[in-house]
Design a protein around this ligand. Structure first.
Ligand code: K7E
Ligand code: CUA
Length: 655
């Protein structure tokens, strides 16, 4: 067989290797116009101006119809206050899960029980309809994703939400008035006993006012340990607790695992305790907060703290049990280690033995030795104290070393081969480096200004390698222009081989996602339909008001008009509902379908009612009719040929 024939057969064999094509060089190109199925690829490459690398990337990401993705990525929706579900490697968006923000397609926040979940997130009597979501965290068993729940935070109004991955619905929002903002959330302990939420900007604990000049005495930080009940699938606020921290601006946190299980580590960025005051003759916060050469890494023994809580050594603030700072010090639960100026990411290696800190204004990542730190804390080998009496460990004694990484390292994730991947913001690259010798092996450009990065199972005890997504803040010229507000850019990078390769750019136009989780698809096992029929997703049981075909009815009771309704292709029953002005209407709707994807939607004109009725689902809608009129209701999902006819009337008679 001559080389030319070899070449042709490779092409005909489903064009499986562009590398092979290109290896054949000019001879192939010369043949491009001569017909035959294989030559079309080269013609296409030329017509679309694609390189060999482009086509290789396409082959690695293109997912034909009917093929499923290998991973799910759950990205924070940033300002959108929702969770974005993305398939990898296709980078196809699969779902937006409404969390802190009403989401019309899912009917989240438009009349049924989902409104009660959203209302759990209101604070201080203020209705909140958006969030600044930063860090999703999947539930874990033994430090590995178990695919059951995902937790998300709101940096602006400190809140934590529970999203159930059996139906991809938000089931709970909790919030404590103890703190006024947060950032180091959500991070789970290795068996999801706790979901950690750490304050960011210090304020008086429990709310209330104190002059900012009393910052040092009256302002504080805090770390909340929300207890998660894995049987109920809910956070139990009464079993949650917190600890008081000094008024430094606490930043990201990470929970220990394996050898470091029982510890949590947290950065801080304003140990100067500057608080701005530009018009009052003081430096702006950002310059006041960058005077010191080092800030403090908080090392917290949460297991010891938990024992103290059980022993009752707490104060109660805003209904939360809080371990006072002095008790934390007296009981040797909190210690500081200097860390490079204005740190950001704090990420524990898969074996739990090392901790990587990125200093935003530094050119290194700093690697700490956790077992050594734990030993020094146990032996109280301290070299000083902060103004609050918190003991400090020696920096040099605590570290394994530093990696010369480039300007502005932020976050670090890991693979299965002993490499770490750090986002380097100012240099706008991903740096791959070895945890063995702390040497950079490769840098790849990102477009542009990378923030977080996420790798396949990259923050668990057993990362997969394979894929990494650079979550870039700016996209500049990467997409067709859409006015001055540009999308974010998620860049999929292949980390399966020796060299990182850029595969795909995906615009994210809904908010600024910060962090994400990437999990093997076979760990996520959602239900197909709600079963048995009449299931209420919020109680996870058949609803007492569930209706079956033939049992539909309307009852006038003391608290209003109760309508027991079913939906099935292609009608609602009842389809005429007569009420009077001022009535409270209780619509109990059961979608009696069990066919997959046979979803109906129920929207009622003039009432701001819009729910999604997935097969088998039951929902309870409650609203007051304020004025007389004729209000058509109809199905909002194109469910059948007679979908347009799936409609009815709400008739509101005068009193
Ligand atoms: Cu944007 Cu994790 Cu909130 Cu860094 S944080 S980028
Ligand atoms: Cu049901 Cu359209």
């Amino acid at each position: 067989m001559n080389p030319m024939q070899t070449c042709r057969s490779v092409r005909v064999l489903a064009l499986l290797s562009v590398a092979a094509l290109v290896a054949c060089g000019g001879r192939n190109a010369a043949q491009a116009g001569s017909g035959g199925s294989g030559t079309d690829v080269l013609a296409l490459m030329q017509a679309r101006n694609l390189t060999e690398a482009d086509v290789t990337a396409a082959l690695k990401t293109y997912t034909p119809t009917g093929h499923l993705d290998e991973y799910y990525t759950f990205a924070s929706g940033g300002h959108g206050g929702n969770l974005i579900v993305i398939g990898v490697p296709s980078m196809r968006i699969l779902k937006y899960v409404g969390v802190f923000t009403p989401e019309p397609w899912q009917g989240f926040g438009y009349g049924d029980e989902s409104g009660e979940v959203l209302a759990q997130g209101n604070r201080g009597g203020v209705e909140l309809t958006w969030a600044d979501m930063h860090h999703p965290a999947l539930s874990e068993t033994d430090g590995d994703y178990d695919g059951k729940w995902i937790f998300v935070n709101d940096k602006c109004n400190p809140r934590v939400a529970v999203v159930d991955l059996s139906d991809f619905m938000t089931k709970q929002i909790v919030s404590s008035e103890l703190i006024a903002s947060e950032h180091g959330a959500t991070f789970v302990t290795p068996n999801t006993d706790y979901i950690v939420e750490t304050s960011q900007y210090p304020a008086p604990l429990g709310g209330g006012y104190a002059p900012i000049e009393q910052w040092n005495d009256k302002y504080r930080g805090a770390m909340i340990f929300w207890h998660f009940d894995k049987v109920k699938g809910r956070i139990v606020p009464e079993e949650s607790w917190a600890m008081e921290l000094p008024p430094y601006v606490q930043d990201l946190a990470d929970a220990g695992k394996k050898v470091s299980d029982g510890w949590v580590f947290c950065n801080s960025v304003d140990t100067e305790r500057a608080y701005g005051g530009i018009l009052e003759g003081k430096p702006p916060l950002e310059s006041g907060a960058t005077q010191n050469d080092m800030d403090y890494l908080h090392c917290i023994n949460w297991r010891k703290a938990e024992a103290l809580v059980k022993a009752g050594k707490t104060n109660t603030i805003a209904g939360m049990r809080v371990i006072p700072l002095q008790t934390m010090i007296d009981e040797n639960i909190l210690a500081f280690i200097p860390e490079p100026k204005s740190p950001h990411g704090v990420d524990i290696t898969p074996d739990g033995a090392m901790l990587v800190v990125g200093g935003k204004l530094d050119t290194h990542t700093t690697v700490y030795d956790i077992p050594k730190i734990a030993g020094m804390i146990a032996a109280k080998k301290y070299v000083g104290k902060d103004p609050y009496g918190v003991p400090i460990l020696d920096f040099k004694e605590s570290i394994v070393g530093q990696c010369e990484i480039g300007l502005g390292p932020l976050h670090t994730v890991f693979d299965d081969k002993g490499f770490a991947y750090t986002s380097v913001f100012i240099e706008t690259v991903v740096a791959k480096w070895s945890l063995k010798d702390l040497k950079v092996v490769q840098k790849i450009d990102t477009h542009f200004n990378i923030g977080h990065l996420v790798a396949a199972e990259g923050d668990t005890v057993s990362p997969d390698g394979k894929y990494l997504i650079a979550m870039n803040k700016w996209s500049l010229d990467r997409f067709s222009p859409v006015g001055p507000l540009l999308p974010q850019n998620f860049q999929l990078i292949d980390i399966g081989g020796e060299k990182m390769e850029l595969l795909y750019d995906m615009p994210l136009p809904l908010g600024e996602p910060h962090y994400a989780q990437m999990v093997k698809a076979d760990k996520i096992k959602p239900i197909d339909v709600y079963k048995p029929i009449g299931m209420n997703p919020y109680t996870e049981a058949v609803d007492v008001n569930a209706t079956t075909a033939g049992k539909e009815r309307i009852e006038r009771r003391d608290d209003g008009v109760h309508v027991f309704m079913t939906s099935v292709r292609s009608h609602f029953s009842p389809d005429i509902v007569r009420v009077k002005v001022g009535d409270t209407v209780h619509l109990h709707v059961t979608n009696v379908e069990q066919a997959r994807d046979a979803t109906h939607g129920l929207a009622i004109g003039g009432q701001n009612i819009n729910v999604s009725l997935e097969p088998g689902k039951h929902c309870n809608i409650k609203f007051v009719v304020k004025k007389e009129g004729v209000f058509p209701f109809y199905c909002t999902e194109f469910c059948s040929a007679l979908h347009i006819e799936m409609a009815g009337y709400l008739l509101v008679e005068p009193k």
